[in-house]
Design a protein around this ligand. Structure first.
Ligand code: GLV
Ligand code: GLV
Length: 323
């Protein structure tokens, strides 16, 4: 009999199509998340689970699946929603989707730098609300990227790709910080290592490119915002959880920092009555950094390839192991 796979959402067809060549596939074929109780009953007896970052993969879920479960493939590069320890204890392998979305996320990060520094939200609102009186020399001016200092917090695949994307914008200086220096990559990219405090103090743009872990949870808090320039722009395309969001709001309102561009928030979706949305200097997007047709298709396919490899006892293209 064929192995059973459960897919927790409607996803690009590349993944399901590949899985169906070898597996019996069941799917929550909707755009909205599967309710937790439905998920717990749907995974019973499956060999593999194809999930998204909206599903919490914990001991309860793994036990609901039972001992047949061999692999969980998440269609995401982030895996803070997966309890790796609980998976390891039950011998369940975990796959994720790095690389295939790196450029898409870097691109959207640059879009947020431009949207915030060039005040696109205010500008669009002005046009739509009839506030565009005439061409005015002093109107809607902002700092450009040219000549600026960009500080990248977390110099992994995505942080490095953002730095590469920024090259044509004639940024003056690219700084990065991370747990360890990456001298070879930094040299090639033209970025310089600094301590976190030095990055915060020197940068016109501070980019959160770290994974959400116990070490990075709410690391961007009022102490860090205080260390940034009053004109600095804070950009987050990693996870909402790396930011203390009330502190961010206060920093934006009090002028501690200049602006923020967020693709990720706490919670998601961000409630429409969130005070952040009242601010002209805060651009919030609905977690779309990897949302290009190509990236999402490749993420779906890679998730399927991770699952099939594990089911066939072969090395997975992208496996995460508990550390
Ligand atoms: C998106 O946030 C991802 O982790 O792939
Ligand atoms: C702007 O449109 C200019 O001509 O300077």
């Amino acid at each position: 009999t064929k192995p059973k796979v459960f897919i927790t959402r409607r996803v690009p067809e590349s993944g399901p199509t590949l899985l169906k060549t070898q597996c019996e596939v069941a799917q929550w074929n909707k755009d909205d998340p599967i309710p937790r109780n439905e998920l717990l009953s749907s995974v019973k007896g499956v060999d593999a689970l194809f999930c998204l970052l909206t599903e919490k993969i914990d001991g309860e879920l793994l036990d609901a699946a039972g001992t047949s479960l061999k692999v969980v493939g998440t269609m995401s590069v982030g895996y803070d929603h997966v309890d790796l320890q609980a998976c390891a204890e039950r011998g369940v392998k975990v796959g994720f989707t790095p690389n295939v979305l790196t450029n898409a996320v870097a691109e959207l990060t640059v879009a947020l730098l431009l949207a915030t520094s060039r005040r696109l939200k205010e500008a669009i609102r002005a046009v739509e609300n009839g506030l565009w009186g005439t061409w005015k020399p002093m109107w809607l001016c902002g700092p450009g990227l040219e000549g600026s200092t960009v500080g990248i917090v977390g110099f992994g695949r995505i942080g490095m790709a953002v730095a590469r994307c920024l090259k044509p914008f004639a940024v003056n200086c690219m700084l990065y910080t991370d747990f360890a220096e990456r001298p070879a990559e930094a040299k090639e990219i033209g970025a310089e290592f600094r301590s976190l405090d030095e990055v915060l103090a020197a940068s016109d743009f501070v980019l959160a490119c770290v994974a959400l872990t116990p070490d990075t949870k709410e690391m961007f808090n009022k102490d860090l915002f205080k260390k940034m320039k009053k004109t600095s722009v804070f950009i987050n395309t990693s996870r909402g959880g790396v930011v203390q969001q009330d502190d961010l709001y206060q920093a934006l309102v009090s002028g501690e920092i200049g602006a923020a561009g967020l693709d990720v928030t706490t919670p998601e979706p961000l409630p429409t009555d969130s005070p952040l949305l009242t601010l002209d200097n805060c651009v919030a997007l609905p977690h779309i950094a990897s949302a290009t047709h190509n990236s999402r298709g490749a993420m779906s396919e890679l998730t399927a390839r991770n699952i099939l490899s594990a089911l066939n006892s072969q090395p997975m293209p992208s496996e995460i192991k508990a550390s």
